[in-house]
Ligand binder design. Sequence first.
Ligand code: ADP
Length: 493
Amino acid sequence: MTAESQHILPKDIFQTIFEKSPGSLLIKADIPRFTILAASDSYLEFTDTTRDAILGRGFSEVFPDSGNVDEHIKAHNVFIRVVNTGEKIDIPRYRYDIFNQQNNCYEEHHWSCSNVPIKGDDGEIAYILNTVVDITAEVKAKEIALENEKRLNLALEATGLATWELNLIDSTFSYSAGMAELFGLSPRTLPTIDILRSQITEEDMRNIILPSYHQALISGEYLYEVKVVWPDKSQHWIRTQGAIIFDDHNNPETMLGTILDITESKRDEIRKNDFIAMASHELKTPLTSLKAYIQLLAKKLNNNDDEFIANALTKAGNQVNKMANLIYGFLDLSRLESGKLQIKMQDFDINKLIAENIIETQLTNNSHKIIFNADGAIMVYADRERIGQVLNNFLSNAVKYSPKDSTISITTKTCDNEIKVSVSDNGIGIKLKDQEKLFQRFYRVDNDEIKNISGFGIGLYLASEIIQRHKGKIWVNSEENKGSTFSFSLPIE
Ligand code: ADP
């Protein structure tokens, strides 16, 4: 035995290797019959056949192409090309339906095939090695993904939503159809992110988009509404909602989200705000005169001891004050919405402000016991009038939403770099699900007890905006039927 022949494997070992190889079929290059010479076990399994049924028979005889297969990928034509060109030909995707005896129907299968020419001793192409990989599962998954994408696009189209994705590493930006129209551009254009950004005002970029991006780096989520200026100079509004995706090292990787045109609802809101601003402005003048007349009458009454008139005037004064508070609330609301709510910072003693507020509350309403143990002066740098407004809201709510003669307590506490002020009552309390929404505009708890108590749900919204403008925090702790504690904190030096 020569050294070389020691390395030659016996023929039956080759046969076994072939039979165990994945999806292989050996075909003789005998145009046009293409006789099947060998088949691997997995090939037989894919095609649901047996060696006895196919060996020695022509390929097309046992595996006929289905009628609707493209000519250039029909097995017979491909084999002829392999023999004639001597080149390997791949068919990345080929559909082959197999009859399922059990279900008595054809089942759709997809294969990826490769056809390799093999030369005989005379140098001519003598065989074709046909290998197949069953890719049915991948094809099906892709079809489902495409179908889902189609549905999503239909839904996006129907709702006027567009989706977008920004890769924060390489800055690639992609989006769904409909994005151009949201920016007033022709649907045929493919605007870049810079073009879209150039249509957002610098002010919104600075005051809304950048802060919400920085916020999203912490929370992972963002939601903002900004103005978009279309090429024809008309103003529109969009709402963007989405998330930031972080990599394993917590570095931001991708930003993605949806954009919705909210111009109509924004215009309605602007109209409503304009109306509120105009109405409350117009109401202010007659109310101021009414207040002045009541004060004048009260002064004149000093010379008169008619108890009924004195009583009626006090009540009228209280009602006018209530109305004035409401109207000023609405005015503040419209100032806030139009970005005109001003904060005038100054140094003052917050304990003194609280004491003044308590006196004022008790002047108009002596129905509750208010406890406040001030421990010296606590100086803060804030807008005295606005912080007074927040305190007044907390106090008047505590009075409104707790029983007559119950106790309201106020505490102030300084710790680290902040001062915390809390107003606690023993009133009706608030359910957990409502607590998160209390600071939203016009939110009022919907229950029978509250229905009979007047209010518009703007006090806490204004309070939260005021505290936010002071870079402070506002929150509530409450238990239904036990009571509530409303608190805010302000940074101090
Ligand atoms: P308003 O009192 O005018 O409705 P606010 O914005 O001040 O508006 O308060 C919003 C809602 O929060 C109230 O309608 C009420 O449901 C709830 N609320 C506020 N303060 C209290 C409190 N101390 N106890 C119970 N519920 C309260």
